[in-house]
Every structure is written in C-alpha cells, then in structure tokens.
Design a binder for this molecule. Structure first.
Ligand SMILES: *[C@@H]1O[C@H](CO)[C@@H](O)[C@H](O)[C@H]1NC(C)=O
Ligand SMILES: *[C@@H]1O[C@H](CO)[C@@H](O)[C@H](O)[C@H]1NC(C)=O
Ligand SMILES: *[C@@H]1O[C@H](CO)[C@@H](O)[C@H](O)[C@H]1NC(C)=O
Ligand SMILES: *[C@@H]1O[C@H](CO)[C@@H](O)[C@H](O)[C@H]1NC(C)=O
Ligand SMILES: *[C@@H]1O[C@H](CO)[C@@H](O)[C@H](O)[C@H]1NC(C)=O
Ligand SMILES: *[C@@H]1O[C@H](CO)[C@@H](O)[C@H](O)[C@H]1NC(C)=O
Length: 831
C-alpha cells in the first residue's frame, strides 16, 4: 500500500495489505526487519530518520511508532475514527500530519507526548493524501475523494483555498520542489493527472493517458520528470516542462499504489499489488565541468551556477574534504542540462539535454549557438566540435558554422571528441580526421570513453572491463596518407601502437602530460604512467574528475550532490615521470630539484620499474631502496657506505656475496666479519689459502663461541692442542678422548680421567668400564709407538707447507705405524 525510502541507509519500507511492515535493503535485496503491525491493512508507513523510527498507520485507526534499531514499539495511539490513509512527516518540527477516511487531517507533536496539536476540517470525503510544501514548511496540500485539493496553513484549521477541476475523487498529490514554478500535481479516479499553479490557482496542464484510476503522482526531486502510477498497472514518465510522455513502465505486477523518489538520488521506489520495485532513472553523473583556471560550472535542475576555486582564499585544504565554495547563479537554461562541458580553451561551455545543445559563453552564459543533436563533443582545437544527429549522421562544425557532415560506414552509435574524432558503431571504434573526415583507423573495441592526451600522442580507450593506452603515430599516418601504403579498409594499420591494457574500469579520466589520471569503478583515484598504476586515494563514494590545476598541485573532483573535493598530486612528480617516459633526462634533471625530498623515493621506484636503475639510485632517498639498487648495479662502494651506516648483518651478508662474486676478497672478508659469518669466512680463508686469515679466524671464532669453525681452523693449522682444549672446554669429553687417542696419545690418560669423572656423575657403571691406558696398557697395544709418532709429528704438523709441496710428501714409516694405531684405538675405545 505504501513505500518510503530512507534518506541515508539503503532501505525501503513497505507497508502491506496483510498487516505487515517490511524494511528491505535495496542494495543487497534482503529483508532487514519486519514489524507485524496488526491483522488489518497498513496503508502507510514512513521513516523518521532523525528519531530512528518507522511510523505506521493502519485500518485499526491506530498510529504505531517503532524504533527500527531496537525493533521496539516506542508509541501507539488511536489517531482517527476511521481508516488512516496517509502520514506526512514535518521536515524540521517534531510533527506528523495524518489523514483519514473520517475526513479529517490531524497534527501530532511527538515532543509534547504525541498530543494532537491541531485538527484540519473541510473535506467532505476521505482524505487520501497530504504533502508538505518543500518550499514553505508551514503549508501543506491534501487530496480527497470529494474531488478537491485543499491547501492549508499550519496554525489555521480551515483551508487557505481549494482547487477544483477533477471530475472524480482525487487520490494523490505532490509539490514541485524546483525553484522556478509554484506547482502542484494531482491524480484522480477520472484517470487524469493535473498540474496546478497554486499561486494563481489554475490548472496549467492535464495529462491524459492512464486507462484506470490514478493512484500516485510525483515530481521527481532531482530529474525533470513527473511519475504517475495507476490502477491500470503502469507507471508513466512525463517531461516536467514539456509534459511529453517519455516512457510507460509496465512490470505486470497489477495495480500501482505508490511512487517515492528521493532527493540526491536517482532511485525511485514503486509499490504494486504484487510487490515493490526500485528503479534508477537518468544519468548518475552530475552535469558539471571545470575550466583550466578553476572555474566550475554546474546545473542544478535547469539553473546554471558557477563556483570559482580561485575565490577560495588561502585556507588550508585537506585531501578529500568538501570545499566550501561561493556559488554564483548564472541564469537558467532553456533545456534541462544532462551534461555541461567546457571547450579546450575554456571560453565556451556546451549544455546538452533533451536532444538539444546550446553553446554559451563561459563568462556570461550568453548563447552563442544551438541546435538539436543526440550527442555533442569538442574537438582538439577549441574552434571545432561535432554533433551526432542520429544513428547514421555526424556533423562537424568549425567556428560555429557547419563545416562538413558525413555518414560513417557502420553508423554512429556514439561519438568521442579529442585529437581525432571517434565514432562508435557495432563494428567498433573508428577514428576520423577532423579536417577531411578521412578514416584514420578502425579498432575492434566497444569503448565507453576515449581520452586523448593534450599532445595527441597518447589516447586511453576505456571499455566496460578494462582500459587500453595507445600511442598515436602521427608521422606514420602522414607517410601512409601520402604514399597510400599500408592503408586498408580499416584505415592505416600503423596508426596506433598499444602500450598497455589495465584490467580496471575507468569512470572518469584526464591526462596530465603522459600521466593518465582516472577514477575507477571501485572508487579509487589512480594514475597510470608507463605501465604503472599509482593510487592517489581511495574515495568513499562515487566521484567524477573535474580537472587538474598544476599551479595548486591539486586534482578536483565532484560528486552527484555537487560537492567538490580535492586531492594533492604534485605537478613536479607528473612532469618528471612524463619526462622519463619520453626518455628526456635533461628535462627530468631540471624538474628533479622541484620534487620534494619525501617524494623522491616514489619517483625512484618509478625509475627502477622503467629500468633506469642508475637514475633511481641517484634519486632515491630511502637507504634500503638505495642499497638494493646499489647491489643490483654492482656499486660496491655505495653499498659499502650504506652498509656501514645501517650496521645491519643482513646488509653485510648481501654485500659479502656481491664482493665474492666480484672477486673483491678483501672487501668480502671485511663484510663477512661484520656479518659475523664464520662459515663464509672459513670458506673464503681456506679457498684463498690465506694462512693469516685462517689464524685470525680461529681466534675470532673461539672468542665468539663458534666452536665448529674454531675447531676446524685449529685443526687445519695443525694446532691439535688447541683442538683438544676446545673439546674439553666445551665438555665434549668423549670426543676429546678420541682425539687424544688418535693424535695426542700423551693426553689420553688425562682426558679419560676427566671423562670417567664426568660420566660417573650419571652412570658409575659405565664410567668404571672405561679403561685408562696407563692402568691397562695390555688393552692398548702399540701405545708406546704412538707416543713416538706423536713426538715426530709434532714438528711436521705445525710447519706450514704450501700446496705446491704436496707431491713431495712421502708416506713415512711413522705414518704407517700411526695408521695401525688408529685402527686399534677405535676398537679399544668402543669397549
Ligand atoms: C504478509 O506478506 C508478506 C509478504 O508476502 C509476508 O512476508 C508476511 O509474513 C505476511 N504477513 C502476515 C501477517 O501474513
Ligand atoms: C493562507 O492563510 C494564512 C492564514 O490564514 C495567511 O496568512 C496566508 O497569507 C494565506 N496564504 C495564501 C497563499 O493564501
Ligand atoms: C497562471 O500562471 C501560469 C504560469 O504558472 C500561466 O501559464 C497561466 O496563464 C496563469 N493563469 C492565469 C489565469 O493567470
Ligand atoms: C476506480 O475508482 C472507483 C471509485 O471512483 C472505484 O469504484 C473503482 O473500483 C476503481 N477502479 C479500480 C480498477 O479499482
Ligand atoms: C539565444 O539567444 C537569443 C537572443 O539572445 C534568443 O532569441 C534565443 O531564443 C536563444 N536561444 C537559445 C536556444 O537559448
Ligand atoms: C690474508 O688475510 C689478511 C687478513 O686476515 C689480509 O690482511 C691479507 O691481505 C690477506 N692476504 C692475501 C694474499 O689476500
């Protein structure tokens, strides 16, 4: 029976004939809450967002107030002596108005315990609907089955005046909220819709077409349309100034009962016998445009207004904050603007809507030219533009005079302005020369938008799924046009070179130099340069790019409520990146000093990704980044300096590796020392055969508790005593005993005693089973010879022998004896 939209939540409340009130989320299409009100029809339910209420009026004559958060009933009272038809919520005062089949309208004050503040008497039949005048909140209008409309004033119990003209009962009524006309609209059982001027109290128009009782009427609060619903099952859409029937919607859901538009949104809720529908009407994108000096022009209904960024003063601006701008009225436009667009030099604006366009001077909004067209686009040159007359005809104008018209081969579904004239058709996108309308190139793509860079070298073609960046090769085109070589029916093959495709949906975009700045379908503000995407901001709602002002280092965006926000984006960074993309390093170097220090690293990352490592190293200010770059470039000196500054083991390790691969062993050694990488040092020392180094390493390793390395280095140097002491010191007594038994038999006794003592603490039996060779020489045959061998080898072991001596060493008698001794000792020690 009724629908209402919540002003901020994505909610619709529907009151039903069966006694329920349901709140739906129309974004997720889920039922959020249900109130079982009573067993009788609930003819009306309204949101009161500022109180978190749903107020419902039912055929049991009761008004019920629910808190939609807690689902509790906050209040209930008998309001009338017959069915309740309508509730109107006052926009500012704590009032509701109710109307009923008891022919009365009542005002209720919730701040005064829901006292009935006033009764409005005058209708002689059911009062079907009441609406408060949006331009004067003290005035309201009512529609009644007594065939009249009455206008009332709060505070006066009798009507100000009555509008008569319908021949049957009036079901519905609405006020026009635009500033220009004092109009009311009504719908009645005579199947007619009437528009009234409530100042001179005359009917200015009658809309015929519905074939049954008209049950609901609405002036859309944003769009230039009137919506009417009827028991004939249709919703009709009419133009609100021309009264032309624009559309008839029939969803086959039986009788239509209610229609509810919403301020600041294009959604409209419709209520039928068999369900509810939310439809979206019109363009989402606001009609607004900015010139290169920061003058923004937009349309509010058909009023054109201007805001000047320059007049904003010096106040600190925060990224993403709404700007408060002084707005100047420029006058009203003869058509309802759907788009507004400045020409490239900003001297003119074109306003398009309702199949027409008007070109105005941007300064004073004086009309310069006009015509009818489906679409209008500016050329690259400020004096050029094109219009699309139909799906087959395109006209080109120069200096406001028609210059040429042509019928593109595959028709014209849409046109795109810029450096070349783009014409979209079923067969793709065709680019034409503005001068001679010759085909330059046809591309198989269905674009939504085409954005040309100012130089005409780069173009972004955005589709429903992704966007492409192409380079336009003007020289090749000129050559091909001259020689006629490489020209096919699809134009000049080499006209474009594809630079990249990005899987993002571009909503709005613009070029600054070679950087393409855009808003995406997921509300990111990004820019594309040289294959890289840089995110400037995450937007909290849909925003439309208006322009970039280099002087402010700022981007400007607008939303559909005509709020303007800004984000900073340094022109120096964009210029630098553009210069890099053009390989113009002279230019880049000139721009660099203007880039603030904190942005340098970002720029350096960009350079790195473009493959300019050396430049990146020079520009970066982040030591981590610089170290990485220095390593990649093999810049040992810089890397060394950074490692010294950072004092990080990891860096020393990385640098050691690089130094080793570059055969910089002295450096490698130093790095390994800093990194305390004894394994690495050992490898380096042994592989380079540097005795001094091995010696130093042994001492250092022992000092730092790197026992394995210490042991190995001592062993390599033949310092067996040191090895043995190391094992004893680290409580490796069995190993020490084995070592002694093998190399230093004179120490066996001492070590075995230590071992026995230590083992005895945990297992006396096992300790007792260990035989000390001094006590059991019978168990250790050849022990005496081993002592001799030890004496002999003592000298040879400590002598340093260069590798070159290797072939000269012969197997001596003693080594032979030592060999036998070794085998025996192993068997003896293993019990
Ligand atoms: C009324 O109808 C709605 C929708 O069909 C349903 O969800 C609800 O349960 C019904 N309420 C009652 C009281 O029957
Ligand atoms: C309506 O009535 C009020 C009070 O009676 C009066 O002040 C006001 O001027 C009237 N307005 C119109 C539009 O007639
Ligand atoms: C009332 O005003 C409308 C404009 O709103 C005008 O078209 C109409 O002629 C006027 N009627 C009378 C009777 O003045
Ligand atoms: C239209 O309204 C009349 C009362 O004026 C009513 O009798 C009739 O049933 C309504 N038509 C439909 C289709 O409900
Ligand atoms: C343009 O301006 C002229 C004179 O100023 C006026 O006669 C004409 O109606 C206007 N046309 C449009 C479409 O605004
Ligand atoms: C051997 O290492 C020492 C440092 O431990 C170093 O001073 C010396 O230069 C190295 N000798 C050679 C030949 O590399």
């Amino acid at each position: 029976k009724s629908v209402d939209l919540h002003p901020t939540e994505p909610w619709m409340v529907a009151s039903l004939y069966n006694g329920s009130v349901c709140v739906w989320n129309h974004e997720t299409q889920t039922l959020v809450k249900t109130f079982e009100v009573c067993d009788l029809p609930v003819r009306v339910a309204k949101f009161v967002a500022r109180k978190h209420w749903v107020i419902a009026g039912a055929d049991d004559m009761q008004i019920r107030v629910f808190n939609y958060n807690t689902l509790e009933r906050a209040h209930m009272f008998e309001a009338h002596s017959d069915y309740i038809r309508c509730i109107a919520v006052h926009p500012t005062q704590p009032y509701i108005l109710t109307s009923s089949d008891d022919m009365l309208i009542k005002l209720w004050d919730w701040d005064r315990k829901w006292v009935c503040g006033q009764v409005f008497e005058g209708h002689t039949h059911y009062v079907m609907q009441i609406v408060i005048n949006p331009k004067d909140n003290n005035q309201f209008a009512s529609a009644s089955l007594d065939r009249t409309i009455k206008v009332w004033q709060l505070g006066s119990s009798s009507p100000n005046f009555t509008l008569e003209g319908h021949e049957k009962g009036v079901n519905c009524i609405d006020y026009y909220s635009g500033g220009d006309k004092p109009y009311l609209i009504s719908g009645a059982d005579d199947r007619l819709v009437k528009i009234w001027d409530y100042q001179n109290k005359t009917c200015v128009q009658t809309l015929e077409g519905h074939t049954q009782n008209v049950s609901c009427v609405s002036f859309h609060p944003e769009l230039p349309i009137i919506l009417t619903g009827s028991e004939d099952g249709t919703v009709r859409v009419w133009h609100s100034s021309t009264y032309r029937l624009e559309n008839t919607l029939n969803y086959g859901m039986e009788r239509v009962w209610c229609v509810c538009g919403q301020r600041g949104a294009n959604s409209v809720a419709l209520g039928y016998d068999e369900g509810s529908i939310i439809i979206k009407l019109g363009r989402e994108e606001p009609a607004m445009s900015m010139d290169s000096n920061g003058k923004i022009m937009w349309a509010k209904h058909s009023e054109v207004q201007q805001a000047n960024l320059k007049a904003m003063g010096e106040a600190e601006i925060q990224d993403g904050e709404r700007l408060s701008l002084a707005v100047k009225d420029m006058g009203s436009c003869e058509i309802y603007p759907q788009t507004i667009q400045h020409n490239p030099n900003g001297r003119f604006v074109v306003v398009c809507g309702d199949g027409e366009y008007i070109i105005y001077t941007a300064m004073a909004l004086r009309n310069k030219s006009f015509g009818s067209a489906q679409e209008f686009v500016w050329g690259h040159d400020s004096s050029e533009y094109a219009t699309r007359e139909s799906t087959s005809m395109v006209k080109i104008f120069k200096n406001f005079k028609e210059n040429k018209y042509f019928k593109p081969d595959f028709g014209a579904e849409g046109i795109h302005g810029g450096f070349l004239l783009g014409v979209r058709s079923v067969s793709g996108l065709a680019f034409y020369d503005w001068e001679n309308t010759e085909l330059v190139r046809r591309i198989e793509i269905q674009p939504k938008h085409v954005f040309w860079s100012e130089s005409g070298e780069l173009v972004c073609i955005a589709t429903e799924e992704s966007f492409f960046v192409l380079r336009y090769l003007a020289e090749k085109v000129a050559t091909a046009q001259e020689t006629k070589e490489g020209v096919t029916e699809d134009g000049i093959e080499d006209a474009f070179e594809v630079l990249g495709e990005i899987q993002e949906v571009v909503k709005t975009g613009l070029w600054v130099g070679d950087c393409f700045i855009y808003t995406s379908s997921v509300n990111r503000l990004n820019y594309y340069v040289g294959g890289e995407i840089v995110t400037v901001a995450h937007l909290d709602r849909t925003m439309y790019l208006l322009g970039y002002i280099p002087k402010d280092d700022r981007l400007y965006l607008g939303d559909k409520e005509l709020n303007i926000v800004t984000y900073s984006l340094l022109v120096s960074v964009l210029e630098y990146q553009t210069a890099v993309m053009r390989r113009d390093f002279g230019m880049a170097d000139r721009v660099l000093p203007t880039i603030p220090k904190e942005m340098r690293t970002r720029v350096a990352h960009f350079l790195e990704k473009q493959g300019f490592m050396q430049q990146a190293l020079a520009v970066s200010t982040d030591s981590e980044h610089r170290f990485e770059l220095a390593l990649q470039l093999g810049e040992l000196k810089i890397a060394y300096q950074l490692a010294v500054e950072a004092e990080s083991e990891q860096k020393w390790k990385q640098l050691a590796e690089l130094a080793t691969t570059k055969c910089q062993f002295v450096l490698a050694q130093e790095c390994l020392h800093h990194a305390q990488d004894y394994g690495g040092l050992l490898l380096l020392a042994t592989a380079s055969g540097n005795t001094t180094m091995v010696g130093k390493l042994a001492e250092g390793a022992e000092r730092d508790g790197k026992t394995n390395v210490a042991f190995l280095t001592y062993f390599l140097q033949g310092k067996l005593d040191k090895c043995l002491e190391l094992l004893i010191k680290t409580n490796r007594l069995p190993e020490a005993a084995f070592l002694a038994r093998t190399y230093l038999p004179s120490h066996v006794s001492r070590v075995v005693n230590l071992w026995k003592e230590s083992l005895g603490k945990v297992n006396q039996k096992a300790a007792d089973a260990l035989a000390n060779p001094t006590d059991y020489s019978n168990l250790f045959p050849g022990l005496q010879e081993a002592f001799l061998a030890e004496e002999y080898l003592k000298e040879t072991h400590v002598r340093l022998r260069p590798a070159a001596e290797y072939p000269l060493i012969t197997v001596s008698r003693y080594t032979h004896i030592l060999g036998t001794f070794l085998i025996n000792s192993i068997f003896s020690l293993v019990f």
